[in-house]
Design a protein around this ligand. Structure first.
Ligand code: ATR
Length: 273
């Protein structure tokens, strides 16, 4: 029987997930499909009935459903609860389980791009305290990496730091230069970097020479922050790998094979940016 998976969103046309999963399905010769399905918010409960009825093995969830699906899932992974978003559904025996694979995508991307990235346990400077930052903080906490969480609105950083717990210190963007000399990693989790916008007033020269700089923005692939870091001789990892690696656990759960994030896959997706 053909194994079916999906990505649901509204709208959904922009999603690159069908290309990622379609590439893996073809690569492994699986009798399966992965389709983008436009599901309006009012149609979500009905879609879950189709899932429970066994029509699909599972799928991905994107905007605007990542929070709404909590109430519809039969069980939700505790980490997805902490992150506040479900991006992956697995249907089994008439029940739907929700998880979040974004933090695994973040870790997978760095583990491949800079394998020693967390070995020194130097603090990571995380820029931004919105939805995307939550997954990054969960990821860093799971590796025991201390965090300096800097945000435009200080109170948002304070709240998030308190919520995630562990070794997270909150501050403002203006604190970057003071934090830089001790940092091993800088992560941008804000939308700054899309459309050519950049952080002003950061002195990247204050970072240790072996520091790693990464961005969750992947269009453009080399954001102004990454370009500045590279120009200073710092190591960089772009955000496209996070998108690719977050897809791995879902594919494995639905189709039973752990797929590889190959150079060829990267090139294919990069061509669509
Ligand atoms: P997402 O869910 O994608 O993380 P979000 O929840 O809207 O998006 O969070 C956006 C983050 O980017 C926030 O940390 C926001 O800072 P504020 O808490 O001060 O709003 C940050 N951000 C967005 N635009 C910014 C800008 N122009 N300068 C600095 N920070 C910005």
């Amino acid at each position: 029987m053909t194994i079916k998976a999906f990505v649901i969103g509204h709208p959904i046309a922009h999603s690159r997930s069908p290309l990622i999963h379609g590439t893996w399905i073809a690569e492994h010769g699986i009798d399966g499909s992965y389709e983008a399905i436009d599901v309006a918010p009012a149609e979500l409960p009905g879609f879950f009935e189709r899932l429970r009825a066994g029509e699909f093995a599972g799928g991905n969830v994107t905007i605007p459903h990542k929070e709404a699906v909590f109430a519809l899932c039969d069980s939700v992974d505790p980490l997805a609860r902490t992150i506040g978003a479900v991006n992956t559904l697995v249907a089994r025996d008439g029940k739907v389980h929700g998880t979040n694979t974004d933090y695994l995508g973040f870790l997978g991307n760095l583990d491949v791009g800079a394998p020693d990235w967390s070995s020194g346990k130097k603090p990571a400077i995380v820029l931004g305290a919105g939805g995307a930052a939550r997954a990054i903080l969960v990821a860093l906490k799971s590796r025991g990496v201390p965090v300096i969480l800097l945000n435009r609105t200080r109170s948002n950083a304070d709240h998030l730091a308190a919520e995630i717990g562990g070794d997270v210190r909150a501050g403002e963007l203006a604190d970057f230069d003071a934090a830089a000399p001790s940092a091993g990693l800088v992560v941008n989790t804000t939308s700054i970097g899309m459309h050519g916008s950049r952080f002003d007033g950061f002195n990247l020269d204050l970072l240790p020479s072996d520091a790693l700089v990464t961005d969750i923005v992947y269009a453009p692939l080399v954001t102004p922050l990454l370009a500045d870091a590279r120009a200073r001789g710092l190591r960089i990892v772009d955000g496209l790998g996070m998108l690719l690696h977050q897809a791995v656990p879902g594919f494995e759960a639905w189709f039973g094979i752990r797929p590889l994030v190959t150079k060829d896959l990267r090139t294919r997706i990069q061509a669509t940016l």
